[in-house]
Design a protein around this ligand. Structure first.
Ligand SMILES: N[C@@H](CCC(=O)N[C@@H](CS)C(=O)NCC(=O)O)C(=O)O
Length: 208
């Protein structure tokens, strides 16, 4: 059984979706990051940077932090969504999500959604970067069904929850035909619908 220590954020949702996709038995332990629970010494023992998500695999007593590492661990354990023949491509799109897409869209959330009016520079900078991420993903998806190629992989599972915050972005997902097609198609997967609401709050995927 996998224990998922998480909060209801795009990084948290990635792992909820993956666990639903691979049909592993799991339980969620909520870490309330708005109340600072991520800084408690017990949590810091398994999360050196005080970040969610983290998993603990009760079967072999293994703990894993960092969402990309968690996705790879679960993909290798389940032998799903990370085929050997596609690993090089998947790794590139996965790392792009972890190192670029997530952190930069995350800044757009900070300046545009949570703290609007505090910094014109921050708002403009991260809106522009988020727009260019939409554009670049759209271009990739004009040539490829999924991010790493013709198959749905952990690179899609990592990136999709960030685009699922499109209502906060004020960019207009619908204008990006290929990204929109990819987003809708993944939104219809049963495991994604369940994983999006991995905290069982009754959340529905936002459709543009
Ligand atoms: N690179 C990390 C990022 C994780 C991350 O930023 N988690 C956020 C929530 S989405 C968090 O725990 N924030 C709490 C804090 O910064 O205090 C990953 O992909 O797992």
């Amino acid at each position: 059984m996998i224990e998922l220590f998480s909060a209801d954020t795009p990084n948290g949702k990635k792992i909820g979706i993956m666990l639903e996709e691979i049909k592993f038995k799991y339980k969620v332990t909520i870490v309330d990051i708005n109340k600072g629970e991520q800084f408690k010494p017990k949590f810091r023992k398994i999360s050196p940077f005080s970040k969610i998500p983290v998993i603990f695999d009760h079967e072999n007593q293994i703990e894993v932090f960092e969402s990309g590492a968690i996705l790879i661990y679960l993909a290798e354990k389940s032998k799903k969504f990370y085929d050997d023949s596609e690993k090089l491509k998947i790794n590139q799109w996965l790392m792009a999500q972890i190192g670029y897409i997530g952190p930069l869209i995350g800044q757009h959330h900070q300046f545009h959604h949570y703290n609007s009016g505090k910094s014109k520079f921050g708002e403009e900078r991260y809106l522009k970067i988020t727009e260019s991420i939409y554009k670049d993903l759209d271009e990739r998806l004009s040539k490829s069904k999924y991010l790493a190629g013709e198959n749905y992989t952990i690179a899609d599972i990592a990136s999709w929850p960030w685009i699922a915050r499109h209502e906060w972005h004020d960019i207009g997902l619908i204008k990006f035909k290929n990204l929109y097609r990819w987003y809708l198609e993944i939104s219809e997967r049963e495991a994604v619908i369940r994983g999006y609401d991995f905290m069982k709050k009754g959340l529905k995927i936002p459709k543009p």
